[in-house]
Design a binder for this molecule. Structure first.
Ligand SMILES: [Zn+2]
Length: 424
């Protein structure tokens, strides 16, 4: 099992030495320093609770091109009681079922093939394989979430994925035909061990499919609110190609996806069995260089733009207060925490934040304790303005809010800059 602060992987150790999580080099530059922030998904039980803050500082490695923040919090602290269920979003559910249909249409599977999903969450994706009679195994460390998936009939192992677990799986089940690792590599402190684990399970016929928001979108799309302590690594095609190659894997294709406001799907296979590289790998890697992803000066300009967005956001909130607007938030997600805590928003500027998660309702967003309420309470509160924090599913949320709040309420997103949102 992984532990948070690896003695073998001292990302930041004494005397301020900084090591890269991808290649163990120390050739990193500062990309964006957001200061000391609370852990994004740790909501408060009481308004006055004492909260811990940790540095949130994005750095980029010039050797392997990985973006990263220090692993100041352990995965156990973050994921043992995880509150995020993939099935809560219809957008993610459709994305998952489309993905499985495509693989089945491609006739990827023969009798006896099996599929492994790492961070299988509540079974939102793997359940789509079951009607086709394809064997699946999920790895999901959050016990409360794994249990939901088991109830759907999905064999689920409640552990963190590691090279050790990969060895055990290989011994018991052989090579999987497909390994899926969506939105998980960002959360892994010991990235090298994770990639070694992928390589152990990557047989001659295995394909590995990894989805993750792209570092390029943080830069080009101003998505700095996707930086939080739980996201240790920020991937790019260039970084995935380099780091996987160090451990026997080959990046043969990259697909650009609209999900999560711009993700990449990286396709890997074994170096020993690969003889093909799609043109997408070169094209996207070139774009990453051209947009300045590995250029300290470009990130310096970016930091100034982030400061302006945060100042504009705060000014907008204050003018709302002056004009007696009733401003609420929607979606008490990590994104909300990053942007609100970056400017330490006063709780009276945002009256409350609505969220569908029963686990989040009745809690408070740090640092000052903005109330989290049920959507039904929001509808009764008659807001004049609602800020949608999960901009990656803003249209889905806008449609829901518009149908429940009527046509008068103004719907907003703060990223990439303050703008009004209308459902399609
Ligand atoms: Zn590196």
């Amino acid at each position: 099992m992984l532990s948070g602060l690896h003695p073998s992987l001292p990302f930041i150790k004494g005397r301020g030495e900084v090591y890269c999580r991808g290649c163990l080099g120390n050739n990193l530059f500062s990309a964006l320093d957001l200061g000391d922030l609370p852990i994004a998904n740790e909501l408060l039980f009481f308004q006055g609770s004492i909260i811990e803050k940790f540095p949130l500082h994005l750095r980029v490695c010039l050797d392997c091109e990985l973006g990263q923040v220090a692993d100041v919090v352990t995965p156990e602290r973050i994921f043992r009681d995880y509150r995020y269920l993939s099935s809560m979003s219809t957008t993610f559910l459709k994305h998952a079922s489309d993905y499985v249909s495509k693989r089945v249409q491609e006739r990827m599977f023969s009798t006896g093939d099996w599929v492994l999903e790492i961070a299988s969450n509540d079974g939102y994706l793997l359940k789509n394989f079951l009607p086709f009679g394809i064997k699946v195994i999920g790895v999901e460390p959050a016990e409360n979430v794994a249990e939901i998936s088991r109830k759907l009939g999905i064999q689920t192992i409640s552990e963190f994925f590691s090279s050790q677990l990969a060895g055990k799986l290989l011994l018991e089940y052989g090579y999987p035909k497909l390994i899926i690792a969506n939105n998980v590599m960002a959360h892994v402190p010991d990235l090298i061990d994770f990639v070694k684990g992928l390589n152990i399970l990557c047989g001659p016929q295995t394909q590995i499919s990894i989805e993750n928001p792209s570092l390029a979108n943080i830069l080009v799309g101003m998505q700095f609110d996707t930086i939080y302590h739980e996201h240790y690594s920020y991937l790019s095609a260039s970084a995935v190609a380099r780091i996987s190659k160090l451990h026997g894997l080959h990046l043969f294709k990259v697909e650009e996806l609209s999900i999560h406001g711009g993700s990449n799907r990286y396709w890997l296979n074994s170096i020993s069995s690969s003889n093909f590289t799609d043109s997408s790998v070169d094209r996207i890697s070139k774009f990453e260089v051209e947009c300045g992803l590995f250029n300290a000066e470009e990130w310096g300009n970016y930091s100034s733009k982030v400061t302006k967005i945060l100042n504009d956001f705060l000014a907008w909130l204050r003018s709302g207060e002056d004009n007696r607007q009733r401003i609420f938030g929607y979606g008490a997600a990590a994104k909300a925490s990053t942007i609100l805590n970056s400017i330490e928003v006063d709780p009276n500027l945002v009256i409350a934040i609505a969220d569908v998660s029963l686990e989040k309702q009745r809690r408070f967003m740090p640092p000052h304790g903005i109330r989290i309420i049920a959507p039904e309470e929001l509808f009764e509160e008659k807001p004049t303005d609602v800020l949608i924090f999960p901009w990656n599913i803003k249209l889905e949320i806008a449609k829901y809010l518009r149908s429940n709040l009527g046509g008068e309420v103004r719907l907003w997103c703060a990223i990439p800059e303050m703008h009004q949102v209308e459902p399609e």
